[in-house]
Design a protein around this ligand. Sequence first.
Ligand SMILES: CC(C)(COP(=O)(O)OP(=O)(O)OC[C@H]1O[C@@H](n2cnc3c(N)ncnc32)[C@H](O)[C@@H]1OP(=O)(O)O)[C@@H](O)C(=O)NCCC(=O)NCCS
Length: 134
Amino acid sequence: MNANSDLDDQAPTPNGDLMLQTVAMPADTNPAGDIFAGWLVSQMDIAGAIKAVNVTHTRVVTVAIDSMHFLTSVRIGSVVSCYAEVVEVGRTSVRVKMEVWIDYHNSPEPIKVTECEIVYVSVNPQGQTVPIEQ
Ligand SMILES: CC(C)(COP(=O)(O)OP(=O)(O)OC[C@H]1O[C@@H](n2cnc3c(N)ncnc32)[C@H](O)[C@@H]1OP(=O)(O)O)[C@@H](O)C(=O)NCCC(=O)NCCS
């Protein structure tokens, strides 16, 4: 018997810290009534930046977002939760792993929508890179 069988039976749960929670609104939809992927990416970028600034304590800019796959559509009224975890801190950059999960009125468990990694760079007010003090 697998020693991890109890763990295997558990529903998957979000990884990382909850950085942003919002509700998907009608203004964020396409004509079919589903939420735009771009709106979701925007929420992830904001949430990841908050996480990155907790590390850099400077202004940050987004330099890279890796590939994303969307596992399910998002309906109006869903509670959208963005989770973030710092996976790497470089000289001037912070790589943050993001996950997005949704809850809808009748969903028994949160549902994972997507994940990606976003790289932020620490910059000064002029937009020049600034080493992160660690
Ligand atoms: C981010 C920016 C300041 C970096 O300037 P740069 O001259 O390329 O600086 P560097 O080459 O020293 O790179 C800085 C860090 O970013 C990392 N980086 C640069 N390009 C990257 C990429 N495509 N993927 C991952 N990391 C990257 C570098 O590895 C480096 O990390 P480290 O210092 O921790 O080792 C500059 O490219 C910029 O202003 N880009 C626009 C950012 C922006 O406006 N974003 C919002 C767009 S709407």
